[in-house]
Design a binder for this molecule. Sequence first.
Ligand SMILES: *Cc1c(COP(=O)(O)O)cnc(C)c1O
Length: 383
Amino acid sequence: MSRPTNALIDLAAIRHNYRTAKALSAGAQVVAVVKANGYGHGAIPVARALDAEADSFAVACTEEAMELREVGIRRPILLLEGVFDPAELVIADHAKLTPVIHSLRQLDWLLQARPARAFDVWLKMDSGMHRIGLAPEDFAAAYAKLERCQHVRQIVLMSHLARADELDSDATEHQLACFRRYTNAIDAPRSLANSAAVLAWPATHYEWVRPGIMLYGATPLNAPHPHSGRLQTTMRLESTLISIRELAAGEAIGYGARYVCKKPTRVGVVAIGYADGYPRHARDGTPVVVKDRPSSIIGRVSMDMLTIDLSAIPDASIGDPVQLWGDQVSANDVASASNTIAYQLFTGISRRVPLCYADCATISTSGICSVRDKQQDLGRPRY
Ligand SMILES: *Cc1c(COP(=O)(O)O)cnc(C)c1O
């Protein structure tokens, strides 16, 4: 018997969420964003699960792209930050990758390259986020150079939204207006929407959308929205109780004695900690589920263990399953109790946690994932 801590990944749910993105952005092509090891879900299994239908994949760098090419993924792969030096264009050429061009430097590298075949490229504008992208005033001239270039084929015009998750902000309208104004005279496909915009800002959908987090079942929106309910949970992080003790009122728990029992308290110890990717900043009261019943964190999360309040679950016993997030505890709720976002929780799952692949619905919530065979290696990047 090995450590009973793992992340169960539901590839069918990821496919469902991809189809939801496709349906919400009717008519648009969909780039499935699988950067950062598929938001912690395993880029290779995720890409394989979507390979039959995704219009394109997107990653952050050529290393991530090559992982997918090496296992036979043939769909277009978008490099969201483009290449980091001119030599990387040789790799991008051989592997048929689609670079973003977000700077005049990258534009020069591309124009001076002598690739074996023509590149498809995405030209990125800074429409207000002020991170990467060409200044709007430089955009038309850059496009004209690409259009004249012999070794450039399709050009997609793109920008990225800074506040699409905030349903009450007018920043998205401003960015959309800027993007529209500086691309209107250009006859080329356009792309602006991340997950939040796919869900809540239909005017941004254009010809290509780029959902990431919604594929992994977490809504990025800061307020309730009817479409959020259409997403299915894709990751269940689980472990078990390894110790139970009764503490008297006044006794403290764990490092720094952050939690002091107000009354006699039944405390459970769970075999998961911050070295597994569970957030150390989780406050007292952060939800967990034990045997289908609600419980919560008490005391500081340690490296390999955390402590929970079992006072309301008198029949809980050692070996019982504990869900840290998944279908019964939303990753967004754990994230907000820990001052972070579901993106960081998913991408922070450490290599010590085996990724198991199964349909969450077919593995009962009262039994820890037992699919602990070789599949777990599939989810780990090799570089
Ligand atoms: C990561 C990323 C996305 C996906 O964002 P989500 O909020 O996860 O949907 C889209 N576009 C770009 C440029 C990105 O870097």
